[in-house]
Design a protein around this ligand. Sequence first.
Ligand SMILES: [Zn+2]
Length: 277
Amino acid sequence: MPELPEVETIRRHLAPRLEGRRLEALAVHDPRWCLPLTPDALAGACGGRRVERLDRRGKYLVMAFEDDVFLLMHLRMTGTLLFEPAVDEPYRRVTFGLDDAHELAFCDPRRFGTGELALGPEALTAFFAARLGIEPLGGALTGPVLRALATGRRGPIKAFLLDQRHVAGVGNIYADEALHRAGVHPLRPAGSLRPGQYAALAEAVAAALQAGLDAGGATIDDFRHPDGVSGAFQHEFLVHRRRGEACGTCGTTIVKFVAGGRGTYACERCQPRPRVR
Ligand SMILES: [Zn+2]
């Protein structure tokens, strides 16, 4: 599933190609993409409008049109946005026709991706306020902030990090990588870390996401850049998907287990397992 670095990589590729262009045609081929709106209603709201910006919030891409019309896209499991896709590109769910004759397609084999509409800045703010917590790049995520969010929570810290209402944009890859960098076991109760560990984790989340961004995201499953190129961060994973391999820090074998309902990877020497009370 694309996480913050993958979505931000897409945004950076597409923003210069979309900003200032007029959306001449919006064809939703799969009506499930924009439920409960109909394809006609969505095309009516966005069609003919100029794209002012392509923004990102958490794992959402936000196409900001003139007159404060916002199209909020989520790639979910396998969604990708391709610029100038092949005519026979499979799994095409939406086609955006631009006024410079270029085309953008939302392709999505498993069809979990979505497109939603917000009309006006208040609707946009309310949409994200209900769904997303802190944006982890840019300095807002600090040890004290993380500690305040986690206080009293007994669920595993991994599940806490995956909950978008706490920290926006972190998914399975970057949660594993950040917890390893911070030396925190994924099964530690979220509220049980020492102050220094919250600080280390806040820093590690930002560092893992930044490393992913610098590598153009990670390509596992179906993630591709809008020009079809793959990301490279999967070659730099410290623990994720490395079961049975040696930890780069201490040489201990990396293990896999379930935390927060997800396949999770850790070095249990660098990240000591909590004792069962
Ligand atoms: Zn280790």
